[in-house]
Each structure stands twice: as C-alpha cells, then as structure tokens.
Design a protein around this ligand. Sequence first.
Ligand code: WT7
Length: 635
Amino acid sequence: MSNYSIKHFEEYFQVYRKSIRDPELFWEEIAEEHFVWRKRWNSVLKWDFKKPEIKWFGGAQLNITENCIDRHLRTKGDKTAIIFEPNNPNEEALHISYKELHDRVTRMSNVLKDKGVKKGDRVCIYLPMIPELAVALLACARIGAIHSVVFAGFSSTALSSRINDSECKVIITSDGSYRGSKTIDLKGIVDDALEKCPCVETALVVKRINSEITMKKGRDLWLQPLLDQAIPHCEPEIMEAEDPLFILYTSGSTGKPKGMVHSTAGYMIYSAYTFKNIFNYKDPDVYWCTADIGWITGHSYIVYGPLANGATTLMFEGVPSYPDFGRFWEIVEKHKVNQLYTAPTAIRALAKENISFIENHDLSSLKVLGSVGEPINEEAWHWYNDNVGKKKSPIVDTWWQTETGGIMISPIPYCTPTKPTYATLPFPGIQPALMDEHGVEIKGNQVDGRLCIKFPWPSIARTIWGDHQRYKETYFTAYKDMYFTGDGALRDEVGYYRITGRVDDVIIVSGHNLGTAPIEDSINEHPAVAESAIVGFPHDVKGNALYGFVTLKETGESRVHENLRKEINQIITEHIGPIAKLDKIQFVTGLPKTRSGKIMRRILRKIAGNDINNLGDTSTLLNPEVVDDIIKGAL
Ligand code: WT7
C-alpha cells in the first residue's frame, strides 16, 4: 500500500484511518519518500490552537524550487513543465520544459538579487496569466523572498493597500494585459498605486502588449533586458521548514484584507500530495486549471502542486468567451487536456451557450473534472458531467479556502463514488467537525452545523501578516480548540459532506470571496451616502450577486438615482475592482436595525432573495416601519 497514491475506495479508508491514528508518522513517511530536503526535521508537528501556533517539520531545511524544478531535471529535463496558451488563439502556444523553466527561474532570481532582494523581503507580483507570472513566484521562492501576488483585476487602491500592508520592496508587473478583445493598462494602475507606496524601490516591467507607458526614472525597469544579461544559475536559498513562502490576501468581515501567510515545507507537502491524488495525475498527463494565479487555486494547483509532481500544467491567458464560447473546448482538444479544474460560475456561463460549441470539439482526452470556489448546484453538476465528461469522467467537487492552502474535502477520482453537490469525504489528515451554536460538536450522520477542523494539517496558514491577534480571533476563538472555517455544512447518511455556504459576512460571487464590510466602507465614501448594507442574492451564473441597500444624506439636493448607482459602482471599482460591483442598488429611507444598532442583514437577505413570507419577528427592531418600505421598493 502506498500512502502517496490512493487507488481504490477501501484503500482511501485505510489511508485515512492511518492519517488520524498517527498523523505524525503518516506525514513523516510522505515527507521522507517524496521530497528532497537539505536537512531533516527534529519534530514532525508542534501545535497549540490556543495561541495559536502550528509548526510542521521543525528544524528541517529545504528549498521548494529544488522540489519543483531541480530534482526533475535529470529524468524529466525535456518534459514540458508549463504550456502557455495565449489570449489570442492565433498566437503560438509555448511549451516550456523543466530545463527551460530552470533557466528562466534562475535568471529572474538573479535579477531580483541584483535589485537588492534578500531572504525574507516581500515582492509584490501584479501580472496577467503569462509565463513570467509562474516564473516570478518560483524566482522569489528560490531566493527566499516572500511573494505577494495581487490578482491583476484589483484596482490601484486595493493594490497599494496590499503593497503597504506587507511593505513590498519590489513589484513585478507588465505594460498591460489582454482580456478577450480588450487590453488593460496594468502599468497605469501600478503607477497610481505606487504614488502611495514609498516602500517600493523597483518596478520590473514585462513587455506584453507593447503599449505606450511611462517609465519612472530610478524606479521602473524593463525586465527582459535584465533577464537576458542574467546568468542561468542560482544556488537555492536554504529555507527553514516554517519560513514563510508567500502572503496571499483574502477578504474578511472587516474592511482590511487579511494577508494569509503560508509556510514552506507544510504547504509544499500538502499541495503536492493533494494534487497527485485528487487529480489522479499520471505522467505524461496534461493538466489544466483555469483559475488565475492571483488566487490560492492558482498558487497550489497551477504552480506548486503540479510542479512538485513533475507534471505538465497549462496556463491560459484569456477568457472562456473569446474569441467565442468554444474556447475552453478548443484548448482541451488542442492540448489533449486530461484533467480540467474550473469553477461553477464558468460552468454555468458555458452551459447557457449553444451546445454546438462543445460538440465541435473532441474532448475524449478528459479523465477527471474538477470544481472549486463555491457550491456547485445540481443543474451545473449534471451539465458538466453529461456534456463535458460524457458521464465517463468523475467530478471532484473540491472544498477548501485561501487559509487552508490545499483541498480539504473532495472525492478521490476513480475511488470515491461521487454525489452531485457533495464535496464528499475529508482528504487524509483532515478531521472535520460540525458544531452547533452553543459550541458543541454534533456527532453522527444526517446533521448540519458549522464546519470546523479539529486538528492541524500541513498547509494551514500560520498567521495573518502583521496581525496574529486577528488570526486568533477570526479562526480560533469561535470554537474552543478548533479552526473555524466560516462555512456551514451538512453530513448525509453515509458521512458525505455538502457545503451549504458562508455563515459570516463573506459573499462568494463568481467564486470570488468578497467581504461585505470593505464594499460598504467604500460606498460610504460617496458624499451623498449616509449608510449602506450589502447582501447576496441568488444569481444563475454568478451563484450570488450583490444587492446594496443605501440610505442617502438629507442634503436638500435632489439626486438622480440612476446617476448615483453609476457613481457608487464607480467608487467600488476604484477601491476594490470590478468584481465587487453591485447588481442592484435600492435607495431606502432606513436600514432595519436591532436595538443595539446592528443592521439586521438576515431580513435584507430575505428581501433581496424575494423570500418575504417568513421574515421572522420584526417587532423587536429599533425601526420596524422601514421593513415595509423596503419590501415595497425592492428591485
Ligand atoms: C470559500 C473560500 C479554495 C479556492 C477558491 C476559493 C467557498 C470553495 C467550495 C466548494 C462549496 C466552496 C467556501 C469557502 N468554497 N470551494 N467546492 N463547495 N463552497 O478560496 O476565496 O478563500 O474562498 O469558498 O465558502 O469558505 P477563497
């Protein structure tokens, strides 16, 4: 029996039981047999969820890029590590071998070193989905710098606050990006952001769209000439197991984004082990995850997990609708993709289009289909299963979070019988618990509650950058000695889990995690706005869309609501990015509040979802009279 590669359902149970009985022995065997180390660990795990403090493989030394690149050079040097499929289908795809990846990464490492980047320094990466993005992550990891990737759809305000929070010294960006038929002026956004970022000394700029941009003297440099001059050799920095590998920001229920800090060794082991099993990757498969590397999905399952397994991973620069809605299927056929990992929102958008977009392509290479980011509804699950998988490819509905670093609950394909809308069973090493509102664990099956995890796993985020107290409060205070996920879940009669959605003030829109607070904070900056409350409502493509209830200041001026709506969405776009725009904005005379002044979002959620028959008791509100008005004016 190999714990590393699980082949059938009984074996899953055996491996799972072993991982719970003796977690240290379990993870130690995997660490020993499947990774290269510079120095062995002294202890496998030290943990205390009260502090909280979690340490895996303490005392060990390694470099993750030796595991993701160097060790493959002898046996797989010419194998394709990364396939790059450009936005424009007429531009040639690139096949970057492991040797070439080594060359590119070491050159970029040397450029960063030359700009004064040292172990522990933070580097911001704000790039489109081009090879330089993956190379930049790995180059940081090679020299021990902590990368902080900011999704290149975020606005300049969102970018500058992330850069300042972690005090990045260097930013790697590009002149612009392609997105379907449009181009985006990334460098202009960076220029705006850097006005407010004194910590950034150097901006390295990739030429991608050949646009006219301004280069600030003494700060901005074109990257390519520097790479051309750099030597393709760079000794990997020796890292401690617990040294931070990267920071990745995620939204929370208060305004400031949380910079989740991931470790080196634990993250590497968990992303690699989950990748191998959950996608059933076998050489020489071609694996494609459609996420952006700006999100955790891309970090773990485009870059680190696949490369640690010596896999071929595909990076797609474009969008599913360009040049038409057949693009995904054209890519699957062209590169003979074996595993496709995408999001319910993309599936729903594609399912609306004519089926001939699919029928025109040969999808017979597909063996595993993945879903991530939000619950996949039954209809989308069946459409994916019938039309993409032709009922032959198992669907892995993978539940996890930025904070968990890797997939936590998921079927293992060709092992776990799947069930539509169910993420099914915990991965080896993961101990879920469902809790009631009094903090008591709900045992047994056919129950539902709040999803917690009882025991640490190797890739759990170790802290929030610069704010360990917030880390403790957000994840380890609601339930004693447990990590709280923020999600609700149910466990069916056989023990399968189904994630029912967030139980806090986070809304998942098109698979993106959006906090209500930062959106409300930005709306409230509009001079005419007094107060606002954002809730989610069901949307057939996005899963959830945003509904804003807004009260206006009494200025005596009359304002055209349609203009105000535009201005509010403009502010949101500037502060956060277009992904956080509101679908509906209703101007109201007051927001329903409790006597202690807390906005009753529950009522607003029901009104937004057109479920007004059971609003519950509204008589205890401070201002019950506003509810009828809101219902009458609902959009
Ligand atoms: C939240 C985490 C993990 C990468 C992408 C999102 C929701 C994620 C599923 C799923 C139901 C899911 C949860 C979770 N979520 N995957 N398969 N089924 N819900 O990462 O931005 O950190 O968001 O996404 O609500 O808590 P994230």
